[in-house]
Ligand binder design. Structure first.
Ligand code: URP
Ligand code: ZN
Ligand code: ZN
Length: 539
């Protein structure tokens, strides 16, 4: 047995003991509902606060919105921001939080996560409780997860995710994947939009034999998305070519994690990105490209945007700050933890993606948080094609973006708010309820100390995974307080979260990315100079 797998087993054994101990100690008292998320696997003290939201005054911080920043106080009542201005006076019962010298910002919104996701013969290790608890500890207060249909049925998929999300401790929304096409799917897409609060559908151009769809389905899906005002999203890799690339690697005897990167080069990401962009352009509907990982794919988006096409590009934390060197690590477990799709690219791509983000070529940052532990990653110990694809990030994103982009001077603090929170809220049509600190906004707020530092380790993170792709990262800026739904849930490095306290946020269709689409349609129709009226009789 390798050292890492021995460690993994020891860790798991400790967790089992911890769970048994915990079960024997737990009583049903209300105060014990608020506990550190890590209670699932290590016995730590439970908080004693109650479930009602607090009345809070955040004093003297720099309040940052995407459009403006000012030194001001923020008053929170009943889960809502009710006032933002200097020198707010309050009564003695109000909880005062001193934010002098710190930034008070909207909580992060992660547009791309996979909690409790059944994928590649297993299920992601973080569920809607542990994943969200991790998010809160890192300053993210809302995420949008991908509902996967059950045997192609959207309503069954939705039902299943409603069940999974019942344990939520922060607000969340849903995108939905489309994995097959027929009249029922088309009808259900309408129901999801009109009744269930879903305004985006994802099409996988990769994962042949599993989630992948073909161009015919993509076209049908794009047309339907346009008609219901939903944003079409794509995982852009050419799945047929990836399949071929994988065979090529195996034939060459390359079975380890590096084969993953070699089998699906940037070329295949660029091809699929370009194809999806062109088909969305043909239909004249907006397109959102998830996890943009390479310069080549980013340049396709840049070209399209420059030509006036509505394309949104989402890089993810791993693609921005890591490079592919880990995949060549001689230890399988170390290398396997970096396996995700599209792959983390060679050094240079991340910096280029950061530049694209800072100049508005790409618009917002996600994580694609999709965690598998070492035991799960080991499914592919003899064949990289069986390594479950995915990395962590939901807890780390806010810190990593601050450290690499704000602390390094690449972007302003207002831009930080825009790419980590506001733009997501606008694209998915929930602004200014989310993504802002304005009177009437939900009280989802973080307080970040730019003079403090953070450190990442699987020993201290809140994900259930035993590994972390950012292991050992030390950086500037620390989220010291997270307020979600008007309650302080993270303070003094301690989580106080409650199962079931998170709300499902319905997202209405026709967000701003659709504005004016019908005018472009009208000018297209009038540009056709057709049909030509022809005399059909004999001359
Ligand atoms: O490797 C990844 N990205 N796993 C999650 C599924 C997806 O493609 O988004
Ligand atoms: Zn994907
Ligand atoms: Zn994903």
């Amino acid at each position: 047995m390798g050292f890492v797998s021995f460690l993994t087993m020891t860790k798991r054994f400790t967790r089992i003991i911890a769970i048994l101990l915990l079960l024997s100690l737990t009583t049903a008292s209300a105060s014990q509902e608020f506990c550190d998320a890590r209670m699932d696997y290590s016995v730590v003290g439970c908080g004693g606060s109650d479930s009602t939201s607090q009345t809070i005054l955040i004093k003297g911080g720099t309040v940052v919105n995407a459009h403006h920043q000012q030194v001001a106080d923020v008053f929170i009542d009943n889960g809502i921001v009710t006032d933002v201005k200097p020198n707010i006076k309050v009564s003695d019962e109000v909880t005062i939080v001193d934010a002098t010298g710190k930034f008070v910002m909207p909580g992060g919104i992660d547009p791309h996560t996979h909690l409790e996701f059944e994928f590649m013969g297993t299920e992601t290790i973080d569920d809607f409780f542990s994943g969200q608890a991790a998010a809160l500890a890192g300053g993210t207060t809302m995420h949008i997860d991908f509902v996967i249909p059950v045997n192609g049925s959207l309503s069954s998929g939705f039902k299943a995710y409603v069940e999974k999300a019942k344990k939520s401790c922060m607000d969340y929304g849903f995108h939905m994947a489309i994995t097959k096409w027929d009249d029922t799917v088309a009808r259900e897409m309408e129901i999801m939009v009109k009744e269930k609060g879903i305004n985006s559908f994802k099409f996988f151009l990769a994962y042949k034999g599993a989630l992948m769809i073909n161009d015919e389905l993509l076209l049908e899906g794009l047309k339907k998305c346009k008609s219901v005002g939903a944003l079409a999203m794509v995982h852009a890799e050419n799945g047929d070519a990836v399949f071929e690339g994988q065979k090529r690697m195996i034939e060459l005897g390359i079975t380890g994690p590096e084969g993953h990167a070699l089998s699906r080069p940037p070329l295949l990401e660029a091809e699929a990105t370009a194809r999806a962009i062109r088909l969305a352009g043909f239909v004249n509907t907006p397109l959102y490209v998830v996890h943009v990982m390479s310069v080549e794919a980013m340049e396709e988006i840049a070209k399209a945007r420059q030509s006036g096409q509505r394309v949104v590009g989402e890089p993810v934390a791993s693609g921005l700050v890591l490079d592919d060197s880990g995949l060549w690590d001689p230890d399988f477990y170390t290398a396997a933890k970096f396996v995700m799709s599209p792959p983390i690219r060679a050094a240079g791509h991340g910096k280029a993606l950061q530049a694209a983000l800072s100049t508005g070529v790409l618009q917002l940052v996600g994580t694609d948080h999709c965690t598998f532990n070492s035991t799960q990653k080991a499914f592919g110990i003899d064949d990289f094609r069986k390594i479950p694809n995915g990395v962590n990030g939901i807890e780390e994103r806010m810190h990593l973006v601050w450290d690499t982009m704000v602390a390094s001077g690449k972007i302003s603090v207002t831009d930080y708010v825009r790419i980590t929170s506001t733009e997501c809220a606008r694209i998915f049509n929930i602004y200014p309820q989310k993504g802002a600190i304005l009177p009437g906004s939900d009280a989802d707020i973080i307080i970040l100390n730019p003079n403090s530092s953070f450190q990442i380790s699987s020993n201290s993170h809140h994900s259930r995974s035993d590994t972390n792709v950012y292991e050992g990262w030390i950086g500037k800026g620390k989220v010291e307080i997270t307020i979600a739904g008007g309650r302080i849930v993270w303070e003094n490095n301690e989580l106080k979260v409650k199962r079931g306290s998170g709300k499902y946020i319905k997202m209405p269709p026709f967000s701003y990315v659709f504005d004016g689409i019908e005018k472009a349609d009208a000018s297209y129709i009038s540009s056709l100079r057709a049909p030509v009226n022809r005399f059909k009789g004999m001359q």
